[in-house]
Design a protein around this ligand. Structure first.
Ligand SMILES: [Zn+2]
Length: 309
């Protein structure tokens, strides 16, 4: 029953359309802070207009409007910046549809785009600051490659691990020293559908496994699929855990994103330029993710962006 529901949730999210992408952006990324601000301003103008044209739940329209206004203020005028390319306009149109779909799922499935003040999404971070987060690991070969890239560029990151994957890794788990490790549940279940006992077990089993693996977990928690309701938030609070979501979704797990090298890095970069601050979500279980991260990381400093712990 549980798995059927999770499958339905995934089907709802995946069959509703392909994620927005912008092939080639990473190869033709802005080369200065000024160019980045110019493109950021164009993206925010286009996104604000597209979302108001599309329509959707009023809370979503309001939040997009206010974020775009803040971003335009931070980016500056940039009247000299070139207009958005056709690929950029298509990206914005597809991303607005993607987000409208998530906004309309609210009530049935809580997601990253509506949250409570008890949670962290990334909007509260300073302009140009981002956190990098990696979910669902550890996975042999992939987690280690990601950690090596991060160490090469001296970027901090947070790994939201699954208790079951830590158990599978045993003493071959990656060396996370210098990085934040936190819980993403034990089995990656859709928490809102669990019995109270199964829900507590998702937390306690991960804590116990982390101890066995010699890891100290940070007091953060990322709900699988971003799916959590008041019951889950109350439990997190009781356990001293802060619900941590994301606002820059790389969609690196989607088959369509994996068909072309650079597509995941380009989408992530486009969203960093659009949102200007926040939490980037990737997965250290997807075979393409290490190479996509290696494309993205060297571009970050020249845009004037910072990676925060
Ligand atoms: Zn996950």
């Amino acid at each position: 029953m549980r798995w059927v529901s999770v499958l339905l949730l995934l089907l709802t999210l995946t069959c509703a359309g392909e994620p927005a992408h912008w092939d080639g952006l990473i190869e033709h990324a802005p080369s200065t802070k000024e160019q980045a601000d110019g493109l950021s301003a164009r993206l925010n103008q286009a996104y604000a207009a597209e979302v108001q044209r599309l329509g959707g739940p009023p809370w979503w329209l309001d939040s997009v409007r206010s974020h775009c206004q803040e971003n335009l203020k931070a980016a500056g005028e940039h009247s000299e910046a070139p207009p958005l390319s056709q690929a950029g306009r298509r990206f914005i149109a597809d991303y607005a549809l993607e987000q409208q779909r998530l906004a309309r799922l609210q009530g049935r499935y809580p997601s990253e785009i509506r949250w409570t003040r008890e949670e962290t999404v990334g909007w509260e971070m300073p302009d140009r600051s981002f956190q990098l987060t990696f979910d669902d690991g550890p996975k042999a070969g992939i987690s280690q490659a990601i950690l090596a890239s991060l160490r090469q560029y001296r970027y901090p990151a947070t790994f939201f691990v699954l208790g079951k994957r830590l158990a599978e890794a045993g003493d071959k788990r990656p060396d996370y020293s210098g990085f934040v490790v936190a819980s993403h549940s034990h089995d990656h279940a859709n928490l809102v559908q669990l019995s109270p006992a199964d829900l507590s077990a998702e937390f306690s089993h991960t804590e116990k496994q982390a101890q066995r693996s010699g890891l100290k977990l940070a007091r953060l928690f990322r709900a699988p699929y971003g799916s959590r309701a008041q019951r889950e938030l109350t439990l997190m609070k009781k356990l001293g855990l802060r619900s941590t979501l994301w606002n820059v979704d790389s969609q690196d797990w989607q088959a369509d994103m994996q068909t072309r090298p650079g597509r995941i890095a380009s989408r992530t970069l486009a969203l960093m330029l659009l949102h200007r601050h926040g939490i980037v979500l990737m997965h250290d279980v997807q075979p393409q993710t290490p190479a996509e991260l290696a494309r993205l990381l060297p571009v970050i400093p020249r845009l004037g962006f910072r990676i925060s712990p």
